[in-house]
Design a protein. Structure first.
Length: 256
């Protein structure tokens, strides 16, 4: 069952070491992502602290990015050398081999994982046993349904970008519809009513270059009812719509 969800961008610009002197420009984004990710993982570890019989075996962290349906071993060291700088992220578990085939969104999530473990060593076991998945379309819906019906407590970290058309310096030609589209997505995430993601114009999202439409079905299929949502950060500093959001089911909030 889904007990927490986080949405973060899949931007390599997250990695401060890749940004050089411009790294500080995204400090607020990194802080928001660190806060949301750590909170979601803490929601899983809290169950272990509450019950002596509970363990990471009954809690699962699932990281999901857009792409053809596949599952990856991401517990080993990760290198960002292909982005022009020799930046390496340590393994999440001893003895794991590096995976040079990780899609960029999952690489970015691995970077966030390393930041979380550095700040919260007690989260290391859940990260070491996490699932790293890419999906889209019907596969995303099926994955969400499986997560919803799983007896384990599950936290999802979903990696998705918004429109690529914000302003004249955007990766794609500027499109005046980009701002309204990303605002609508963020309004839904803040409302906690993840089922409303299915009502957002997916074709428009694809036209604007957003990767969210490929993975939103995971959230609205996995969520068993409405919850409490919040958008911690929203912007388009480099012409791409990015947002950090968090969600918890209403009953989970009441229990805590």
């Amino acid at each position: 069952m889904l007990i927490a969800a986080v949405v973060v961008p899949g931007a390599p610009a997250f990695v401060s070491e890749l940004m050089g002197s411009a790294a500080h420009e995204l400090d607020e984004l990194r802080h928001a992502a660190d806060s949301a990710v750590s909170r979601a993982v803490s929601d899983l570890t809290a169950e272990s602290h509450d019950s002596p019989s509970a363990s990471s075996a009954v809690a699962q962290l699932v990281i999901i990015g857009p792409g053809d349906p596949a599952e990856y071993d991401a517990a080993g060291p990760v290198s960002f050398g292909s982005f022009g700088r020799d930046v390496s992220i340590a393994a999440l578990a001893d003895g794991q081999r590096s995976n040079n085939d990780l899609p960029t969104p999952l690489m970015v999530a691995r970077y966030l994982a390393s930041r979380d473990v550095a700040s919260h060593p007690e989260h290391s076991d859940l990260w070491a046993t996490a699932r790293w998945v890419t999906t889209s379309g019907a596969g995303a819906t099926a994955l969400g349904e499986r997560l919803r019906d799983d007896a384990m407590r599950i936290a999802v970290i979903l990696v998705a970008d918004g429109a690529l058309c914000h302003g004249p310096k955007a990766p794609r030609a500027e499109d005046p519809r980009a701002e309204a589209y990303d605002d609508e997505v963020c309004d839904v995430l803040a409302s906690g009513k993840l089922g409303r993601l299915a009502q957002i114009d997916a074709d428009l999202g694809v036209e604007l270059g957003a990767s969210g439409p490929r993975v939103w079905p995971v959230l609205f299929a996995a969520a068993d009812g409405d919850g409490i949502g919040a958008v911690l950060w929203q912007g388009a500093p480099y012409g791409v719509g990015w947002a950090v959001a968090q969600w918890r089911p209403a009953q989970e909030v009441a229990r805590n």
